[in-house]
Write a protein that binds this ligand. Structure first.
Ligand code: COA
Length: 326
């Protein structure tokens, strides 16, 4: 079974609520201990997810979706960033759900791995959760490196009026690549130029167009734009830019991470999104090629949604346009 894991932006999330309700209701009917008692009807399940919309919009919660090629939602997990000022390094894993007929194929493990990547990109290094003692989930977490800090008896109720013990677990994420810095820079900074050239050569070789126009006229819009340069131990390894498109909408341009530099692209994207928010933008747009499957998957993983081809790409069927509400 092939499936994608998507970080749901606000729009994706709202559209997915009926499917999320189906998965939640199916898991509860199947005996899951995830905050509800059976029977859970679809309206109540949908109401729960509607209640999450505000936190998804503000970025306090990141909800990941596992979606098959045929578009069926088969699993989800929620990463809730701790809102406390002394908890900005911490997040909680919740509503880890895989539809009963899609289990034991690694879906939960993939969702959790992606949740860890999102957590790290948001500066979180400690994850916590609780799970019913003896459930499949407890084994899953242990296998993925979670530590147990013990149990709490009589923690939650079962459908038959008895109660169960919960297992409290945590996971300290390995530190991000040391020496990775991402800073605003000018696109003509000497160590940015070879990166931009490498990106252009790569795009030209693979898709016949080098995208060099992406930074044209930069000086005229520099005060509403941001160019980010990533350096690993002082060596430039990636870049990306945000520039104005229309009103509160900005466009991402020239995203590049040198091959083999795991995690650099995600870090640049997070930096650009924070910078765009700071500049007053509310939405980001970008164009890539459908043939650039890795790029399309990368942006979808980070909450970008396919949108109608805009501006210069309107009549270009080879162009894939994506957008994200900030
Ligand atoms: C817990 C839960 C999320 C696991 O989902 P899942 O997608 O089945 O999880 P995975 O496939 O990653 O792992 C489950 C098992 O399948 C095995 N597996 C993974 N890929 C496999 C494959 N291709 N072939 C055979 N087995 C496979 C794993 O090794 C694991 O085995 P183990 O439990 O014996 O160690 C799911 O059972 C669920 O939704 N439960 C109800 C909700 C719940 O309790 N959530 C947790 C709240 S804290």
């Amino acid at each position: 079974m092939r499936y994608d894991i998507i970080t749901a932006g606000a729009e994706d999330f709202a559209a997915a609520i009926p499917d999320l309700a189906l998965v939640l209701a199916a898991c509860v009917a199947n005996g899951a201990a995830v905050g509800f008692l059976p029977p859970l009807d679809l309206d109540s399940a949908a109401a729960f997810w509607h209640g999450q919309e505000g936190a998804v919009r503000t970025g306090e919660k990141h909800i990941l979706l596992a979606v098959t090629e045929a578009g069926r939602l088969i699993g989800t997990v929620t990463l809730a960033l701790a809102p406390q000022v002394n908890g900005t390094h911490r997040a909680e894993i919740a509503k880890m759900l895989v539809h009963p007929d899609a289990r034991r194929q690694g879906v939960a493990a993939s969702l959790l791995k992606r949740a860890e990547e999102v957590a790290r990109s948001k500066g979180r290094r400690l994850l916590v959760l609780d799970t019913r003692e003896g459930d499949d989930a407890e084994r899953l977490y242990a296998r993925l490196g979670w530590q147990s800090c013990g149990t709490i008896p009589d923690y939650a109720l079962n459908g038959d009026g008895t109660s169960h013990t919960t297992h409290v677990m945590y996971r300290q994420l390995p530190p991000p690549p040391t020496g990775l810095t991402i800073e605003p820079a000018q696109p003509d900074t000497p160590d940015a130029i070879p990166l931009i050239n490498a990106l252009s050569a790569d795009l030209a070789a693979r898709f016949g167009s080098d995208g060099r126009g992406g930074l044209a006229g930069w000086d005229a819009v520099a005060d509403r734009s941001l160019f980010a340069l990533a350096r690993l131990d002082g060596v430039a390894v990636g870049c990306g830019a945000v520039r104005p498109f229309d009103g509160e909408v900005a466009e991402i341009k020239r995203m590049y991470a040198v091959p083999g530099s795991a995690g650099v692209g995600a870090s640049i994207l997070a930096f650009l999104e924070a910078g765009a928010r700071h500049l007053g933008y509310r939405r980001l747009l970008l164009e890539t090629r459908w043939a650039n499957e890795r790029a399309v998957a990368f942006y979808r993983r980070h909450g970008y949604r396919i949108t109608a081809n805009y501006g210069p790409y309107a009549n270009r069927p080879e162009s894939a346009c994506l957008s994200k509400i900030l």
